[in-house]
Design a protein around this ligand. Structure first.
Ligand code: GYE
Length: 384
């Protein structure tokens, strides 16, 4: 047990024993004085009621009835540490699933290795943790290990990316990636119309193949490529990293120089690498440049680049999923009914005030109108 847990149990002890101790000392005094009268018994009952009320109400902020009544162990198999988004996700989960909140977290950074991730989950089952949280690197290959968790009676919570080949998890919490891609397509359609761009020739740098973030963003954006008959020059995997974005863009600059005018980066870190490559190849980009850059995530440095006019539009993906994940665990502890899916709310950002809003059919087939927020200093400040 480490220092924090000791402090926590000390606190519980204090809360429970104070009124009882007071009651016992009152009893002793009464016994000594031989004063067990009707009046003193009535006073005693009144005192007991007040003591119960006080002990019930005096819980400090953030705890009280949220306490789990037992230490809950949670194993979290995180994707890795490839991007600003990922770091924010890890911090958010670690902060929420803390000992202060009654949770002992077993965290494994799987470093983008799917075998490591399956082994991590299998290991959590062997360790008999109370819950398993998975952010799946890829969306397939899960049935066996999730069956093992189910047979051991361990509920699995999936966050961020989805698992598409097994139903053996209790709930999922994350973003609608297809909508992010659709929104990006609708924004580009409107932006190109306002700017009078006749030809759209796209270079796409995707995230890890097989991840639901990549699948969804590609599926959404490619609907527009199809409907609008835009040209897609090439598409390659930049693994969601700055180095990957730089490497792929270097290749594209060599192979297709002068043939493209739109670059889609499926996350901000790859956009940073892409911009480095464009600088080295003497290609201008952003507001007033030769390339339109579209990115996803909207992390702090991403939005700073939008504010500076380097990235034209950035479609947010919200990594701050820790508190909602904690709430799901509390609900499961209370055996409350929980939803199979929870969606994070997200904002679409742009550098210029040219497309104030977009209207499109989202992945549920609903027609939605959403604002495009022009980035200012406050938006950068508030970003993760
Ligand atoms: O966009 C990227 C990260 O799964 C939504 O993974 C996440 C993606 C995010 O590395 O930056």
């Amino acid at each position: 047990m480490d220092a924090k847990v000791v402090q926590f149990s000390d606190y519980v002890k204090k809360r429970k024993s104070t009124p009882i101790r007071r009651l016992l000392s009152y009893f002793k005094k009464l016994k000594k004085s031989g004063a067990f009268t009707g009046r003193s018994i009535a006073f005693l009952i009144f005192f007991v009621m007040i003591a119960c009320l006080i002990s019930g109400c005096k819980a400090p902020k953030g705890r009280g009835d949220k306490l789990l009544g037992r230490e809950v162990t949670v194993g979290f198999a995180q994707v890795g540490h490839e991007s600003d988004w990922r770091i924010a996700s890890t911090n958010s989960v670690k902060q929420a699933l803390s000992e202060e909140n009654g949770i002992k977290l077993d965290f494994i950074d799987c470093d983008n290795d799917t075998d490591v991730q399956i082994k991590a989950v299998s290991g959590f089952v062997d360790k008999k943790v109370d819950y398993i949280v998975i952010d799946p690197i890829v969306s397939t290959g899960w049935e066996d290990v999730l069956t093992k968790a189910e047979e051991a009676g361990i509920p699995v919570i999936v966050i961020d990316r989805t698992i598409d080949d097994s139903e053996k998890y209790v709930t999922w919490l994350g973003s609608e990636f297809t909508d992010e891609g659709l929104a990006a397509g609708e924004w580009l359609k409107n932006y190109a119309a306002k700017k009078g761009l006749r030809e759209i020739n796209i270079i796409e740098v995707t995230g890890n193949e097989g991840s639901s973030a990549e699948n969804g963003r590609s599926a959404g954006f490619h609907k527009y490529i199809e409907y609008e008959a835009w040209n897609i020059i090439d598409s390659r995997d930049g693994e969601f990293t700055e180095e990957g974005g730089k490497r792929v863009m270097d290749e594209f600059c060599e192979e297709y120089k002068g043939e493209f005018n739109v670059i889609v980066a499926q996350n901000d870190n790859m956009a940073f690498g892409i911009m480095k490559s464009l600088d080295e190849h003497g290609i201008s980009y952003g507001v007033g440049g030769d390339m339109i850059i579209i990115s996803f995530d909207a992390c702090k440095n991403g939005l700073k680049n939008v504010l500076d006019g380097n990235i034209n539009a950035d479609f947010e993906c919200n990594p701050l999923q820790g508190p909602a994940c904690l709430k799901l665990i509390y609900d499961l502890e209370k055996q409350a009914k929980i939803q199979k899916e929870t969606f994070m709310s997200e904002t679409w950002y742009a550098a210029e005030d040219i497309v104030p809003e977009i209207t499109y059919f989202n992945s549920m087939g609903e027609e939605v109108t959403e604002p495009i927020v022009v980035v200012d200093k406050a938006a950068v400040e508030a970003a993760y």
